[in-house]
Design a binder for this molecule. Sequence first.
Ligand SMILES: [Zn+2]
Length: 390
Amino acid sequence: MLKEKELLESIETGKKRIPVLLKELIAARTVNPPGNEFLAARIICRELKKHRIKFSKYEKIKGRTNIIAQLGKGSPRLCIACHSDVVPAGENWKTPPFKGVVKNKKMYGRGTEDDKGPLAATLFVLTVLKKFEKEMNGSLIAMFAADEEAGSKLGADYLLKEKKFKADYAIIPDIGSKMEEITIGEKGIMHVLVESIGKQAHGSTPQKGVNAIWNMNAFLNELKKWKMKFKKVKYFSKPTLNIGLIHGGSSFNTVPAKCTTEIDIRYLPGQKAAMLLKEIKAIARKTEKKNKKAKFKIKLIEKQEPFILSQTHPLIKSIKKNTRKVLKKTPRITTSSGTTIAKKFVKRKIYAIGFCPGNNQMHKSNEFIELKQLEQFAKIIALTAKDLLF
Ligand SMILES: [Zn+2]
């Protein structure tokens, strides 16, 4: 039987491999768009081959490479879902963003935290556990997905939809920081388009037209007064509404015939998107009544349902226990107002939680990761795999 001591010693002995892999991965420019995840995939495949780990490559579009690696077989199946693309470097870097420069035990570079650091640690854990594969009683699946930063259509979405792998539960090392949190739920998201329809006229004769911008203004004032109904849900903050975009008019001396705005609503389990949409429509009707000739069209562009998972799952218990062991502290249970690929897993009945090293560096300039944290993360996921799959 695999002994904890033996496992931790293997990690200690080999851990220098993590920054080596990470540095290589940072240099593989997988900025999405265009992605080019095949550049990172080359490094990952080479490492997997070297250790004789079973894997498959999947591409919905050439060059946008996804890799699914597997140790052991059958259920239970634990998936660690990482992604290999990154966001653009942006400005104000003190070191070359695609170089992986180490200073004060931290590595700087685009993707060090999001998500190539956790990816390198996961890849390393696979190579360590490979030695004990014969003793496994289940499977460890590592997903190295493309396209996470642009919606996952060519990555996790595609892999899940086309059933390229099976999993019972998953760790998404792409949310939270310092391994202090386990994310077990996410708010839902609604993207709503509001169109104000007016009538065009010359700017010198506004009385002959219907000004779509003034009417939108009236609508937004009503919307601002809206008190969304909701029941408080443990671990969640309140639902929110944001106006993110407004467009209207064609020139300063024309009465605008059209004005559109786009709304972002983050809602709680228990709230229904259909109900919220109905309320927005009611606000539009009310504005139409108050403002003669005002006319609005409301359209739901996209929605993703919220979720909350049980916090007594064996995966949570194991992560808590092992984090205590490695870090001498217990991660707290939390939820997110944002959206990760966890939603896509949960939709397909895979129990998926967020758990991650890092210092909230995602998408920032001078992104870094503390190398110590990657070692600790590797230990925690290796011990968790041991608990659940051996
Ligand atoms: Zn990410």
